[in-house]
Design a protein around this ligand. Structure first.
Ligand code: AOF
Ligand code: ZN
Length: 367
């Protein structure tokens, strides 16, 4: 039975899990707390991809015998031999009395087998404690492990009147410093960052995270006819982060060869309306273990991504300024839609002030 005490310890385990953010992908963030006689006697989290799972680290930290204790784990303990042996076996071996689980693990290798194994060994199992919070924390994992498609976050910064640049194309900077810092943090959390070739031609961005202890995302450019000039930062500073170019059969094979020679991965996918087929691109990127992507535009790519149905979440930074101009660009261009009934609905929207900007995030509502 779920009670306040269970929620309290699971809350602590979730806070531990979050410490793995940016270090465990494509694995989930998982935390564990071991409690005996009303005292916490061990705690741990999945700290680094390929290394110990949360349960292993929690048992390792135990300050006394764990026999008869209760272990709180934010995600169902695994039942498979992966990079580490099954946590379910370890839990049974440690003779705990009770296991409290947050969310079930949708990994087809686990999917209920973890708790089944533990329950079959005669250990009391409680599931579903703060399960929504655990699933939300692991929204990337939840999608990727079941679909092998990256979780895509569309990010944009605009003025209060919805412009992402002036009519002459000036766009640096619309949002404030605090917002830009948060974007850099987000770049460090997600595995890939995606832009269109026009952004690379116009802004020559580095697309790095530029925060201490943060890793840089893999830079991905959608470039249907392989127009990218060799002098761009993202092709020059290969020691910062890998760069992948997604193109079509319109690309010059000699240019593909010379990019490849320089260590740039070029992926050729099918075209859709003479451009990169973004669904095909996502399948290729997923196969490379890119579980999450921050989509940073421009406006044409944003529209194409929304139309292709590859976007999961949107993040808007709205700056307290008015820009105006009928020809000044807005976050989503393309053909748009003819009827309001066809507008893409956003759900679970939340807002927050970041410095002087308003931050809005929400999810694309699926049928
Ligand atoms: C747990 N505790 O802390 C985590 C789990 O490749 P491996 O061996 O690291 O296994 C990865 C899978 O294990 C991952 O896809 C997910 O199903 C589960 N993650 N399980 O019991 C943990 N991180
Ligand atoms: Zn495990």
């Amino acid at each position: 039975m779920t009670n306040e005490t269970d929620e309290y310890y699971m809350g602590l385990a979730l806070a531990l899990a979050k410490k793995g953010r940016g270090h465990v992908a494509p694995n989930p963030m998982v935390g564990a707390v071991i409690v005996k006689d009303g005292h916490i006697i061990g705690q741990g989290y999945h700290e680094q991809y390929g290394q110990g799972h949360a349960e292993v680290n929690a048992f390792r930290s135990a300050s006394e015998d764990v026999t008869g204790a209760t272990i709180y784990v934010t995600l169902e303990p695994c039942s498979h031999y992966g990079k580490t042996p099954p946590c379910a076996d370890l839990i049974i071996e440690k003779k705990v009395k009770r296991v409290v689980v947050g969310a079930l693990d949708p990994n087809p290798l686990v999917a209920g087998r973890g708790i089944q194994k533990i329950a079959d060994a005669g250990i009391e199992v409680t599931t579903g404690v703060l399960a929504d919070e655990s699933r939300q924390l692991n929204e990337v994992f939840m999608k990727f492990i079941t679909t092998k498609q990256p979780f895509v976050v569309l990010k944009t910064a605009m003025s209060l009147d919805g412009k992402i640049a002036t009519a002459t194309g000036e766009s640096q900077w619309i949002s404030g410093e605090a917002s830009r810092k948060q974007v850099h943090a987000e770049r460090g959390y997600l595995t890939g960052i995606l832009v269109g070739i026009n952004t690379v031609l116009k802004d020559n961005p580095r697309l790095t995270a530029r925060l201490p202890n943060s890793k840089n995302p893999t830079r991905i450019v959608v470039d249907s006819s392989l127009r990218i000039p060799f002098d761009r930062h993202i092709l020059q500073d290969q020691d910062e982060a890998p760069t992948i170019i997604v193109t079509t059969d319109k690309a010059d094979p000699d240019k593909i060869a010379s990019l490849t020679e320089r260590g740039i991965r070029v992926i050729v996918v099918a075209s859709y309306q003479a451009r990169v087929d973004l669904q095909a691109a996502m399948a290729e990127l997923g196969a490379l273990n890119i579980d999450s992507i921050l989509l940073e535009g421009g406006a044409e790519l944003n529209y194409a991504a929304l139309a292709a149905g590859i976007v999961d979440k949107v993040q808007f930074y709205i700056a307290p300024k008015l820009i105006g101009g009928a020809s000044a660009p807005t976050p989503v261009a393309g053909a748009g839609i003819a009827h309001l009934a066809d507008a893409l609905p956003i759900t679970n929207m939340r807002t927050q002030m970041i410095g002087e900007d308003i931050f809005v995030e929400g999810y694309i509502k699926r049928e």
